[in-house]
Write a protein that binds this ligand. Structure first.
Ligand SMILES: C[S@@+](CC[C@H](N)C(=O)[O-])C[C@H]1O[C@@H](n2cnc3c(N)ncnc32)[C@H](O)[C@@H]1O
Length: 292
């Protein structure tokens, strides 16, 4: 960045061009979000202060953000912020950045007919967005949220604190159902819902991913064996043991996995019914299976 007196608009124009040269997909948007983050202004406020000078105290950290962005660090890790279901969440490299398609998973649960009190288990909570949004919407629900990554759980706890629902969510660490096996052993603490947005990318697809994802998001949150189904297979097989009568398993799945998942569910006699839901692009991305 050349040495000169910079205004907001000059800086945005220069950064947009620089991001473009480096193949950053949304150069103007990223420039605005990063500068707004640093100056503590919304994008609209930046437009209202286009001619405002930007001084060295902000230029130096802005240069650092630019460097990290051209190394494909996702914007959300640079701002430590991601909006999900209209709530603000803290994120960093310990967790997957919540995706818009996962909002549909939460909406499907919220629109299902449910009785007042529900006991819900979220496996692989990551940043905790699913468990936290459900807790915010239903303060009467009892929620257990788990993850195999202790460092992800630290982020999830932070988000539960931000949204004042730590008392409602019990966080446990461990491999899939292992942390709840003891609670459920006597059969009287089973769940009405088991929800999971599992890792479902094939190991062999690593090279096809955008560098933002491949080089920065946690591997454990992305990959699930050679066919991407290592975690989903276990979820489908093990969930019935932990579901209350008429309990439901709801999962986000990969865009090409629906048919294999139908086969897995049909082979599992514990399920009474199942349904797949399409996303806005017409792909079946949510599966909801119920036990009798
Ligand atoms: C795709 S991310 C989903 C994160 C968050 N729930 C969301 O929707 O944004 C998958 C999460 O599952 C966790 N995970 C992966 N394998 C697991 C396992 N065997 N047991 C428990 N959690 C696991 C990862 O650490 C990661 O946080």
């Amino acid at each position: 960045m050349p040495s000169k007196m910079w205004s907001v608009v000059d800086l945005l124009d220069w950064t947009t061009g620089y991001f473009q040269q480096h193949g950053i997909p949304n150069p103007r948007l990223d420039a605005e979000v990063l500068l707004g983050h640093l100056l503590k202004k919304s994008r609209l406020q930046l437009y209202l202060h286009f001619e405002m000078p930007v001084f060295q105290e902000h230029l130096t950290p802005f240069r650092e953000l630019i460097k990290k962005r051209i190394a494909h660090t996702p914007v959300s890790y640079l701002t430590n912020r991601k909006e999900f279901m209209s709530l603000d969440f803290y994120v960093d490299e310990r967790v997957l950045i919540p995706r818009p398609e996962t909002e549909q998973l939460v909406e499907t649960i919220l629109t299902a007919e449910t009785e007042n009190f529900q006991r819900l288990l979220e496996l692989g909570t990551g940043s905790g967005v699913i468990a936290t949004c459900l807790a915010v919407q239903h303060s009467e629900w009892e929620i257990v949220a788990t993850d195999i990554s202790e460092s992800a759980l630290a982020v999830a706890r932070k988000n539960a604190e931000i949204h004042a629902c730590t008392a409602q969510i019990k966080f446990l660490s461990g491999d899939l159902f292992e942390p709840v096996a003891a609670i459920c052993a006597n059969g009287d603490a089973q769940f009405d819902w088991i929800v999971c947005n599992p890792p479902y990318i094939k190991n062999t697809e690593r090279d096809t991913l955008r560098p933002d994802v491949r080089d920065h998001e946690p591997e454990i949150a992305l990959f699930a064996g050679n066919d991407g189904l290592d975690v989903i297979r276990r979820l489908i097989a093990e969930a019935p043991k932990y579901l209350a009568p008429t309990g439901k398993l709801i999962l986000e799945i990969g865009a090409t996995q629906a048919n294999t998942i139908r086969t897995l569910l049909e082979a599992e006699s514990a399920y009474a019914t199942y349904k797949l839901f399409k996303d806005y692009a017409g792909k079946e991305r949510i599966v909801l299976a119920s036990v009798p």
